[in-house]
Write a protein that binds this ligand. Structure first.
Ligand code: OAD
Length: 253
């Protein structure tokens, strides 16, 4: 392992242990990149190839629900095939060790739960679910729907992906819980987010205002780097494995 990563991982581990269970993670698409799920921005990002206004807004859905569903079905196919990577697994292990309180995620892929994590706050919904535009009934898919757009099994209404689109508010309960977690965190690990989509991007700022130690893991600088106490420039899986190794080492010292 390179010395730089080892040194930074050791400092991150210290911050996690010092927080005595009050460490919170805040994740974005970058944590799932190594599971084969495309991110939104950057070289191969979804927003390079598709226009968000055509696919991820309530207006787009009203105009053409079939087109929007076709796009979500394609993304669901990727998500259903994907497996949690060592970064998701390391967070789940830290939770089991009593060191990680919860993960706040902007991701809709459900990979934190698939990794075995119990406390996950989903700010942008979950692509594995749909909800009825007429009666609000929620459906959990085990595989992508065969027919699109799918219909509500209860009332026959049009189902929509249970995700947050541009111009829509975040789910109130999830947002309140995320704010509470950000304010109670002594250490916040920010992993794989560009930190530019609000209100989610307020989470690191809230934690910082409350004197939390901010650890940022990303392959490049972001607006969050400015407020980070420890910035690790490495892929999420490599960084989180290094941190977990250091945590275990420090626990036995
Ligand atoms: P982005 O695609 O904006 O950012 C992904 C971040 O992950 C970038 O900063 C990359 O540098 C970093 N990254 C890529 N690969 C990585 C790796 N292997 N390890 C660590 N970091 C890596 O994704 P988000 O920040 O999650 O919203 O985007 C936020 C929101 O914008 C999404 O939730 C979505 C999108 O529009 C909605 O759909 C509402």
């Amino acid at each position: 392992m390179d010395l730089d990563l080892e040194g930074l991982a050791a400092r991150a581990a210290e911050a996690i242990l010092r927080a005595q269970g009050k460490t919170v993670a805040f994740t974005g698409a970058g944590i799932s990149a190594e599971s084969g799920i495309p991110t939104f921005r950057g070289k191969d990002g979804l927003w390079r190839r598709f226009r968000a206004e055509d696919l991820a807004t309530p207006e787009a859905f009203e105009r053409n629900p079939k087109l929007v569903w076709e796009w979500y079905r394609w993304r669901m196919e990727i998500v259903f095939r994907a497996k949690p990577n060592p970064a998701h697994l390391a967070l789940a292990e830290l939770e089991r060790m009593g060191l990680l309180l919860c993960t706040i995620t902007q991701n809709v892929d459900g990979l934190h739960q698939a990794a075995g994590q119990k406390c996950v706050v989903e700010l942008h919904g979950n692509i594995r679910r749909a909800r009825c535009t007429r009666c609000g009934y929620r459906v959990e898919f085990k595989e992508p729907p065969k027919e699109v757009p799918p219909k509500c099994p209860r009332c026959g209404g049009l189902l929509r992906p249970d995700v947050v689109w541009f111009g829509e508010p975040l789910p109130e309960e999830a947002w309140q819980k995320a704010v509470q977690l950000a304010l109670s965190a002594k250490t916040l690990i920010v992993i794989g987010t560009s930190g530019i989509v609000y209100p989610a991007a307020m989470i690191p700022q809230l934690a910082k205002q409350n004197n939390a130690t901010i650890i940022e893991i990303n392959v490049q600088d972001t607006p969050i780097t400015e407020i980070a106490d420890i910035a690790i420039r490495a892929p999420a899986s490599k960084a989180m494995q290094a941190i977990l190794t250091e945590v275990k080492k420090q626990l036995t010292q």
